[in-house]
Design a protein. Structure first.
Length: 254
């Protein structure tokens, strides 16, 4: 904002309104004069914390052989597509998800099922996926209210605490492989733990049958273990039961 203030007289009406309400939106202004002003503007990347820059370098190094990664310093709304499940973070019922499609790409996508809308630019025509339980959709608004009530930061802190509570107790134990990085930039609430003496599928079955602990076995993509997903209401006593169960299983002769 401090850079743009001296040029306020040269901004058009729309960009002038954005200057106070949402200055980042000026970066993708369609006004050619505004774009000329922005050529000498400070880059967002110059003001990122070091941990964010390190994470960016890690992403570029990891995927550089698979795709061409270009950093656009003026990109504000540059995602073409984004899809995600909602049950892990928002605690919606299984099956709820979100799909974002950039407006310029909406007309290029064919829906799974024929839609009543013939407007190719209508995003709603991509939402029809056949018959599904309506409670899944209705619960989304309640889930959003719930996370707003808790607060995103508090939920993140709680989930990080729970993940580190059990994973730190298991790190270094014989036959136990904690696949979750300790680096806070690469982990949060979900963790993964495996055993050298038991395959993930068998481990998950034993945890459920013998200890009433539900996990999801993952055995691929260089990850071999069970996914552990505590929620905010999970207690440390319950996680102690998990630690004890994994410790006992680690002592079984394969």
């Amino acid at each position: 904002m401090s850079y743009l203030k001296p040029f306020s007289s040269k901004l058009d009406k729309k960009d002038l309104e954005r200057l106070d309400r949402n200055p980042l939106r000026i970066l993708d202004s369609k006004n050619s004069e505004t774009q000329n002003i922005l050529k000498e503007a400070p880059k967002i990347s110059d003001h990122l914390p070091q941990e964010s820059l390190d994470l960016l370098d890690l992403i570029r190094d990891t995927f550089s052989n698979d795709c061409n990664i270009e950093i656009d310093h003026k990109l504000v709304r540059g995602l073409d597509y984004y899809a995600s499940s909602l049950h892990k973070w928002l605690s919606t019922p299984l099956g709820a998800g979100i799909l974002y499609v950039n407006k310029k790409n909406t007309s290029k996508i064919w829906p799974f099922f024929a839609s009543g809308s013939q407007n190719l630019n209508d995003i709603k025509r991509l939402n029809h996926t056949g018959t599904h339980p309506v409670h899944t959709d209705i619960a989304i608004s309640n889930a959003i209210d719930y996370i707003n009530w808790i607060g995103v930061k508090k939920k993140e802190d709680r989930l990080r605490f729970l993940q580190r509570y059990w994973s730190d107790k298991l790190r270094g134990k014989k036959n136990v492989l904690v696949n979750t990085p300790q680096d806070i930039q690469r982990s949060c609430g979900i963790g993964n733990v495996g055993l050298k003496n038991i395959k993930p599928g068998k481990m998950a079955q034993l945890l459920f049958d013998e200890y009433n602990i539900f996990t999801v076995a993952i055995d691929g993509a260089n990850v071999h273990g069970c996914r552990i997903s505590p929620n905010v209401f999970t207690t440390t006593e319950e996680l102690d039961s998990l630690v004890n169960a994994v410790t006992e299983l680690s002592q079984i002769n394969s």
